[in-house]
Ligand binder design. Sequence first.
Ligand code: WTA
Length: 644
Amino acid sequence: MGLPGEKALVYPPRPELLPAAHIPSLSHYQRMYQRSVEAPHEFWGDIAKEFYWKSQPTGPFLNYNFDVTKGKIFIEWMKGATTNICYNVLDRNVNEKKLGDKIAFYWEGNEPGDSAKITYRELLHKVCQFANVLRSQGLKKGDRVSIYLPMIVELAVAMLACARIGALHSIVFAGFSADSLCERILDCSCSLLITADAFYRGDKLVNLKQIADEAIQKCVDKGFSLKKCIVVKHLCREEVGAAGTCSKSPPQKKLCQEVQEKKTESSKRLRPKTPWNPAIDMWWHELMSGASTECEPEWCDAEDGLFILYTSGSTGKPKGVLHTTGGYMIFAATSFKYVFDYQPEDVYWCTADIGWITGHSYITYGPLANGATGVLFEGVPTYPDVGRMWSVVDKYKVTKFYTAPTAIRMLMKYGEEPVKKHSRKSLKVLGTVGEPINPEAWLWYHRVVGEERCPIVDTFWQTETGGHMLTPLPAATPTKPGSATFPFFGVVPAILNDSGQELEGEAEGFLVFKQPWPGIMRTVYGKHQQFETIYFQKFPGYYLTGDGCRRDKDGYYWITGRIDDMLNVSGHLLSTAEVESALVEHPAVAEAAVVSHPHPLKGECLYCFVTLREGYELSQDLTDELKKQGSNRQMLGSRQGEHR
Ligand code: WTA
């Protein structure tokens, strides 16, 4: 993404961060980096000692094969060691580190004024209670649980409770459609679904339970009966008192009444009551009342599965990326600590949804492992106005802020005034993730939002990598707008040409990684063959990212975008095959071809070409229907303030 005119721009680290910084210079980074790649077992072994392990590895600290020509691909970090990630991010902080009274999350609802907070001790108790609930429902280690919730505290509670009992969570972003949820439930045959009654995203009501019910019915049609569904009463939580962890607040009560009133007026979609199937549905608050706040964790092998998270696949079906316990834990924790230069007094806010990998690693596991205070935001950047982000920053005195280029580009449209209306003086580090950031957006973020005093960390990584791969470190790396700069600890990038040769110096080609880092995915759930084919077949001995990349004369890496049939719309990956197969399911469509096209705000957008069957004619209605059909397999809306 480097523009010729921008090449000269280099932003040195800001001196004010240096005194307390974990990594205060480029040479310090280089020394640590060298050790991390030359002696990974020592480097990560030292880090692992900071965590609680019930028992130590029984074999080598790292064992792997990256070369398909030499046999099965596998990656094992600390195999045989036992631990529990929930214990490490909660109990260890409460008991050993005495952080019980520290705020784990400030929860900021969609509606300004609707907020709550939860301490580490309270979070631990809620998680133990829900872990006990899960066990009482017969859940055990290795079972899969689908979680389809908005950005509420119960989402973090549910995922951590799964981790506590060794069940694998599969979180499905609450903007996904019934088809997408059904597909994900079926793929990993979940024993249980956790969802909520409804929520507001901006001024749009999402009847989540109704969509979940549609998904459950679709599963039944395909021969799979979900056995249990736990429902959080979120929107109408006033009715059950202070359900979950959220405060009773007047705005929230108003919303709940609105839902009831709107129903009596016009919309048939809005139901006064949550649709209910007594055979499988259970209320969260009823199960939680009386559940014990103590729960012995399940001690898991470092290589036991922790979660599955689906990401678009070029085959047209989403892939269930599987992450395991030990390696993911130390990688998410360490990257969070260094990339945001985490300090104990920080208030950290990542605007992503927990339904994406960014939320898994950098809202839940990474920050909590460090004992950080985070903001959990239910809303969108444009509601009630386009200054919402900065009003939340001021409200909680956010120091480290992490968002997506698409959100920055969207806010740029509204000019500087909505930003400057708010102080933002608490901000220290600004992060971006999800897609290449164009230098113009980078410079606006730096100049307007960060007032030229906040370093920008442009973090390149993937669902598959579990954590940051290429990224600046705030007090160490001179940055160039649009470049994700250098590799994180343990990461060895290379650029290959078409025939698989490694290119040296200034070069452009396929971005690959040469050796495993602890957070790398271990397989595609239930489809190991696919894992090998997608990531290791093309260039034996390397992990293939699917991204193009350029290295400049100073060794800086610049991601140039996907080089497969995936495209990145507003920071979310889509595959052209996925949309094509959704389109041809429509009776009017004989053939469909989908291509990517640059878009000023979303980065890329879709152009869909269809050939209609005999007897159909293109009309506005049919176009609208096809647009709906195309997005059916995908999302109902994104959280970056745009709806697709
Ligand atoms: C793209 C998101 C350029 C890239 C964490 C990658 C980026 C895909 C950046 C993964 C960045 C992510 N610069 N491109 N800083 N971050 N990407 O799995 O194409 O949702 O392969 O993970 O997003 O998207 P995913």
